[in-house]
Design a protein around this ligand. Sequence first.
Ligand code: PEP
Ligand code: MN
Length: 338
Amino acid sequence: MLIVMQTHASGDDIAEVCRRIESLGLKAHPMPGATRTAIGITGNIDAIDARSFEALSGVRELVRVTKPYKLASREMHADDTVVPVAGTRIGPGTFTVIAGPCSVENESMAMEIAEFLRERGVRLFRGGVFKPRTSPYAFQGLEDEGLRILERVRERTGVGIVTEVMEPDQVERVEQASDILQIGTRNMQNFPLLKRVGKAQRPVLLKRGMSATLEEWLMAAEYVLAGGNKQVILCERGIRTFADHTRNTLDLSVIPPAKQFSHLPILVDPSHGTGKRAYVHPMALAGLAAGADGLIVEIHPKPETAMSDGAQTLTLEQFDVLLTDLRRLAEALGRTVV
Ligand code: PEP
Ligand code: MN
């Protein structure tokens, strides 16, 4: 349910509506707009409760939100969400590039890549230190030592840090060392983790579960939003299909409906979305053309020696070529690569 206030509604009117919502054991989400404030209600509200708001001072109309996700929906929040982060932004109008190794392997490689990105005006560095690996025998990441490296990379180069967090207990430490908390595909429905990052002070990059529908994905975003963290960025990273010519099927067709039904920004990940280096460049361009607000891509000075995901990782030279093409395509589309 959404309560739309009149243009001339006073601060007291808005406060009173919020108080009445909370007195019913529900949660009020005031959303100031350009001309009027709307107040979202979450929790169970029946028709009788809703009608009691109609007579309150300053109330213009009550709008039923039909989707099961509320705070993530366009019905409740018409304007696009823009996430300001690390001196840049993620949202419509721009195309934000996030790049870096799958895993942080040591300080010198992380520093080299971050320096390379900074020289090219790329503001956000990705690098996993807690790695969700299919095999327990595979490299699990540098963990807390990796967080220290990320802190030094940020301090020395000024790039913003995007890194995955896998457990609620890690959130506080990861928050200190990063600018965006990544939730991986395998944890999209890890509800305790979603609740915990809902209380975090950093934007959350929520990757789509590899078998999740758009609705399930937006319900996962709803957990984070309902916790109070309004800075959620969606990321399409490929889903499981019968196709075996790629590691996953990058579902670019999810971008227009995600934009239609939600106000949240959305990125593409052509690295995990294809699993093969040769397909990353075309699918990155296709993501921009399909309306994504940016991309997250894996790069490495020597992908053949990478400790994880080397086969889908671009060399620094290949990334340079991609960046040039992204800038050319963005310009043709009236967008700016940041
Ligand atoms: C990653 O970004 O390295 C990663 C593990 O991604 P995903 O969760 O999409 O597999
Ligand atoms: Mn990876």
